[in-house]
Design a protein around this ligand. Structure first.
Ligand SMILES: Cc1cc2nc3c(=O)[nH]c(=O)nc-3n(C[C@H](O)[C@H](O)[C@H](O)COP(=O)(O)O)c2cc1C
Length: 188
């Protein structure tokens, strides 16, 4: 079982990445990391070029991302909250799955159906408002739906802002390892 960890923060080794690596540690299987900020991903052009093929006509670093996603059994999208939603890196990546939405809903082509592939949102935020993750959760659910991947759950940490703030949250770090174990054991 392969896990793909999509790192959506522009900050290296900061809060969301630290927790994502702990999830992967608990998962203890084959894991591939991709840092979106290092890639060149153009926003979806809404051109409809994918409507009849399920394949995006824009040839940039998403070409490799489609392959990595198609190949993964478990996908963790790790994003900081930026203005109550996903980071722009994650949103641009997610919007490009319009091509997979077309594959699923227009072409009725179900990809790896019945294999139980799953996706998860991992997110961190500086504040503690009750709705702080609502937008990211909703967007992520729809991105995974377009990928034809079942939504498996979320790992969310509030009140972390400075780059290494999560280091002062040992309980959350342990919880992240457990989250990864739960993924591996099929609990999540
Ligand atoms: C552009 C930007 C927008 C942000 N917007 C919010 C926000 O709306 N609510 C919030 O609680 N934190 C917000 N934050 C703080 C980050 O969510 C927080 O620092 C997070 O832990 C960063 O994750 P990282 O360490 O993985 O980069 C924002 C930070 C930046 C840079």
């Amino acid at each position: 079982m392969k896990m793909l960890v999509v790192l959506g923060s522009p900050r290296k080794n900061a809060n969301s990445e630290t927790l994502a690596r702990k999830v992967a540690e608990g998962f203890a299987g084959e894991v591939e990391y991709v840092r979106l900020n290092d890639l060149s991903i153009r926003p979806c052009q809404g051109c409809g070029g994918c409507d009849k093929t399920g394949v995006c006509v824009v040839k940039d670093d998403m070409v490799q991302m489609y392959e990595l996603v198609d190949d993964a059994d478990r996908i963790v999208l790790a994003s900081p909250v930026y203005f109550y939603g996903l980071s722009a890196q994650c949103k641009a990546f997610g919007d490009r799955f319009q091509a997979r939405w077309a594959r699923k809903y227009l072409l009725k082509d179900r990809f790896r159906a019945g294999e139980g592939r799953k996706g998860y949102l991992l997110s961190t935020a500086a504040t503690r408002g009750p709705k702080i993750f609502d937008c990211s959760l909703l967007t992520t659910r729809y991105i995974f739906d377009a990928m034809d991947v079942e939504y498996g759950g979320e790992f969310l940490v509030k009140g972390v802002d400075k780059r290494k703030a999560v280091q002062d949250h040992p309980d959350d770090i342990l919880r992240a390892v457990q989250f990864g174990k739960d993924i591996a054991e099929g609990v999540l």
